[in-house]
Ligand binder design. Structure first.
Ligand code: ACO
Length: 430
């Protein structure tokens, strides 16, 4: 189907091709707009701008659908592992048993950090935010693997390294901040179990054996976070990578973008909000009234794309229930979260604006149950998102049409004027 759209401007008409995706979603192809008309499109926040065609992840925000390479998120959460899902995202197909073994081994044998990197931790203050350490350490990896600086390098080892070492960096951060020696990875453990071991092993205690229920819950959390098409951090990875900066630099930039409270940082903000509600007596209706008066924001609610429900939030709510009962834990914050959801979902303010719980609303409850401290939540999100960032970076690097990302602007500032020396400058009236 070669559909075209016609744009009329002034006396002239311009023809634009229509691009159609797998599920019939359509876009005006404006790539020759400026050349043909001299005009650009203006779309702050990129509400209507497709930055690329992609084969990795499909989201239908109206119907709450999320597919990785065609596979529904619910099926992957139920049956897959984080390592297998990472392979799927990065290489496009579910691995055969041989491919999965080779990929798992790649991750197992790249889990250590160069010993010199361990000393870098000593330079950070003990109260440094773990996201600051994570982005710095990931960027520093390029210093230890300088062949990654070669433009257009496609060495698969860099993919294995960043995916594997990120959990070592995160766990070392946690141990160092608690004044403990780091726990080195153990090759006989799988990806998630190894992470839990590096986080929670204590030198004075018996060998830590990760609880299989915690391992399953962690796999699910990481799978749910593994990709979400062109969000803020993934677009950052693509933009940085488009300049042919190395993979570690691009991923480090993605980590920084994820840090913000309107993106991955929301999971930490949700727990802060729930704690405040508890401290104020646990009155969810009063909190919702404040949100409606725009005095506060309901963190973990709302999404640019999901306008019905976020399928990841539904899965996490079920797993939060499952994990808390397995651990025989009672968490008041989970009760408050459930009440808050109930009050919000029956309120016109949230219904009219199509605001529903997003992935961050319940993820913190699970992390708390696992013993992961609040300031590490966004780091957990970053570990999960690494395969998505890699998949997008790889897809972009393999695209023969790759060009450096460079948006334009409409300049609204002062017109050309001449420089005035300091002495001649008069104070501006207020
Ligand atoms: N609480 C209260 N009101 C909200 C919320 C919220 N969480 N989210 C949106 N709204 C309101 C806005 O005030 C606006 O109302 P108005 O039209 O009367 O002014 C309307 O809903 C539309 O909101 P926008 O901000 O225009 O939506 P946008 O798509 O730009 O923002 C975002 C999406 C950033 C996620 C927003 O919903 C938000 O700030 N949520 C809380 C933070 C959060 O949970 N972020 C995590 C997102 S998931 C992720 O990144 C992994």
């Amino acid at each position: 189907m070669n559909q075209k759209a016609t744009l009329k401007y002034g006396e002239k008409s311009y023809s634009m091709p229509i691009v159609e995706g797998t599920y019939g979603e359509q876009a005006f192809d404006v790539r020759s707009l400026r050349k043909d008309t001299g005009l650009i499109t203006l779309d702050s926040g990129y509400m209507n701008t497709g930055s690329t065609k992609s084969q990795i992840t499909y989201i239908n925000g109206e119907e709450g659908v999320l597919l990785y390479r065609g596979y529904p998120i619910e099926q992957l959460a139920e049956a897959s592992t984080f390592v297998e899902t990472s392979y799927l995202l990065i290489y496009g197909e579910l691995p055969t048993p041989t491919q999965l073994q080779a990929f798992s081994e790649l991750l197992t044998y790249h889990s250590m950090l160069h010993e010199d990197m361990r000393h870098l931790y000593d330079g950070f203050p003990s109260n440094a935010h773990p996201m600051a350490i994570l982005s710095s350490m990931v960027s520093a990896l390029s210093a230890y693997y300088p062949d990654s600086l070669e433009p257009d390098t496609h060495d698969e080892h860099h993919i294995g390294r960043v995916l594997s070492k990120v959990r070592t960096i995160a766990a070392f951060t946690y141990q160092k901040q608690h004044g403990r020696p780091v726990a080195y990875p153990r090759n006989e453990l799988n990806y998630c179990a190894n992470f839990l071991h590096m986080m929670f092993s204590h030198p004075a205690e018996q060998t830590y054996e990760p609880d299989p229920e915690l391992v399953k819950a962690l796999n699910v959390l990481l799978i749910l976070h593994a990709d979400h098409e062109q969000n803020c951090s993934t677009s950052t990875v693509r933009l940085v990578g488009s300049s042919r900066a190395n993979l570690y630099a691009a991923i480090s930039a993605g980590i920084s973008a994820l840090w913000g409270p309107l993106h991955g940082g929301a999971n930490q903000a949700v727990i802060g909000m729930l704690e405040e509600i508890r401290a104020e007596g646990g009155d969810c209706s009063a909190f919702i009234r404040q949100v409606k008066n725009r005095e506060r924001r309901l963190m973990g609610f709302g999404h640019r794309v999901y306008k019905n429900f976020d399928p990841r939030a539904s899965i996490l709510k079920t797993y939060a229930d499952r994990l808390l009962s397995h651990l025989e834990l009672k968490d008041e914050l989970f009760d408050i979260a459930r009440q808050l959801e109930e009050v919000a979902l029956s309120d016109e303010f949230f219904i009219d604006r199509q605001l529903y719980p997003n992935v961050d609303f319940y993820s913190g409850i699970l992390y708390r149950a696992m013993g992961i401290p609040t300031e590490m939540f966004t780091v957990m999100f970053a570990i999960g998102r690494i395969p998505g960032w890699i998949a997008h970076w790889k897809e972009m690097m393999e695209d023969p049409d790759l060009r450096i990302g460079r948006p334009r602007q409409i300049y609204m500032g002062a017109k050309r004027r001449d420089y005035v020396s300091t002495e001649e400058r008069h104070p501006r009236s207020p």
